[in-house]
Design a protein. Sequence first.
Length: 277
Amino acid sequence: MRRVNCIFALSLCVTLTPPTWAASPADGWLVVPGQSLGALRLGIPVRALPQATGWAQPDRTHIAGTITYLSYSPQRVTVVVRDEHVVMLLTTNERYRTDRGVGVGQVVSTATSAYGAPATGEERVQWYDALGLLVVIGGGTIIRLGIYDPKAIVRVILAEERPAHDVFLTVRPPKYSRAADAATDGPPRLATVTISLKNTSRTSKSLNPNFFTLVDRSGQSHRYDKSSLRQADACRSIISVKPGGVASCSLTFAIPGGQSARSIIFHDGASTDEAYF
């Protein structure tokens, strides 16, 4: 009988049996549940990452117990390592897709239509243990896709998802000042967004406009435009959302003329969530 080690701080159970290495898929953006994310494979030694990816060193490293999270922000990929081997791969990059077309930015029903009901589900994370696929949800949209070897990882609560349990962000489709330009380098256009924040934490939250960021389809981040403050319903630091409460406000962002909005991120230093349009 195999012995299973459980790390209760992360709700992670890992067997001592090493995962099976899988061949790299031909499609560089293909997600193979339980096996690979593009050319990255589960089970490879962490020392092999530079050669396997050609990426620079991770721009952020987070250690929680025996688990290490390596974040590669330009690629929008997080590599999860235990015992010097890759045990999970996560991405927020919309280009990655499974062979059934499931990827970031799609509605949650895309995953359930393709793979059925998940084996286990939390408020934000759905686990397909038979496949080795996980789907992180925000505002009814897939905001992160991940793969893991179900023979190696029985269950995990992602450390970086914990803060998102405190807030729940929803957004309405943006209103643009004009249609998108054919040229991607055209002058900026304004995108006005109505945002709702549900506070599920034990402390009040502020709708400070500095806590919101708009991300366009190219992955660029934008802070609010000062014209936002002329709006009667503008997000303001004096607007407080009590525990259990919901409040709405609006912000305007100046984005490149050829771009469209992809998502809104709320981050106040303690809690975070991202909602896709």
